[in-house]
Design a protein around this ligand. Structure first.
Ligand SMILES: Nc1ncnc2c1ncn2[C@@H]1O[C@H](COP(=O)(O)OP(=O)(O)OP(=O)(O)O)[C@@H](O)[C@H]1O
Length: 206
């Protein structure tokens, strides 16, 4: 899988940002509410206008059609969009029942109506449908924001498995410094539009 590189990336409220995430690496970003974390992820996913460069290895975002880029550099938002009635209809690339189980969801979840799903169920299902597309890089906007401790641990474990086995580059937004310490070796704070390297939380495995 390729490395993900941001070079002098600027978008509304944010930048210039330089960041290199190696294939198989997870980097965490935290920052005050409204500091521009989601805007940064949207720019990397080519969903908002931006200046500067985002690359997968040597391949710039500007050289790829937007849908192809977003398939490779997948944004998982805190609240994802649902466009069909049943959960299963959103899994056009299939769904691995073992991964459903790892997230604490039954196989029957694919038959559920989206409307009946809890916020936390929707958050795990949206993550899973993205993973099934095997993106090279994942942009994770508070992927456990709606989850209890058990589901949070399950999501962290599955994402760690995906990162290691697929060699994917992960950029993970989290408000929880302890979580950052568990999932990433490098962590940054987004402040005044730029990234500052963060100190590890005590007791974590940095
Ligand atoms: N479409 C928009 N038009 C104008 N301002 C916007 C727009 N989208 C976001 N903003 C503003 O940009 C700033 C950064 O928003 P962003 O959603 O990136 O914050 P965040 O760091 O992700 O916050 P949180 O932790 O609360 O999710 C906020 O002040 C927000 O109000």
């Amino acid at each position: 899988m390729p490395d993900l590189t941001l070079h002098q990336l600027r978008t509304r409220h944010v930048g210039p940002i330089d960041l290199h995430i190696a294939a198989g690496e997870c980097v965490c970003i935290r920052g005050a509410s409204g500091s521009g974390k989601s805007l940064l992820l949207r720019a990397i996913a080519d969903l908002d206008p931006h200046r500067g460069d985002v690359r997968l290895d040597a391949r710039p975002c500007s050289a790829m059609p937007a849908p192809a880029w977003r398939r490779q550099v997948a944004l998982v938002m805190a609240e994802s969009a649902w466009w069909a009635e049943t959960v299963g209809a959103h899994f056009s690339d299939g769904c691995d029942p073992a991964w459903l189980a790892r997230l604490g969801l039954p196989a029957a979840a694919l038959d559920w109506e989206v409307a009946r799903c809890s916020t936390g169920e929707r958050q795990r299902l949206a993550l899973l449908r993205t993973l099934m597309r095997r993106p090279a890089a994942l942009l994770l906007d508070e992927p456990t924001g709606n989850l209890d401790a058990d589901s949070t641990a399950r999501v962290e474990a599955l994402l760690d498995h995906y990162r290691r086995t697929q060699g994917a580059a992960l950029l993970w937004i989290s408000h929880d410094p302890r979580q950052a310490g568990r999932v990433a070796r490098r962590c940054f704070v987004l402040e005044d539009g730029t990234l500052r390297e963060d100190r590890p939380e005590e007791g974590t495995r940095w």
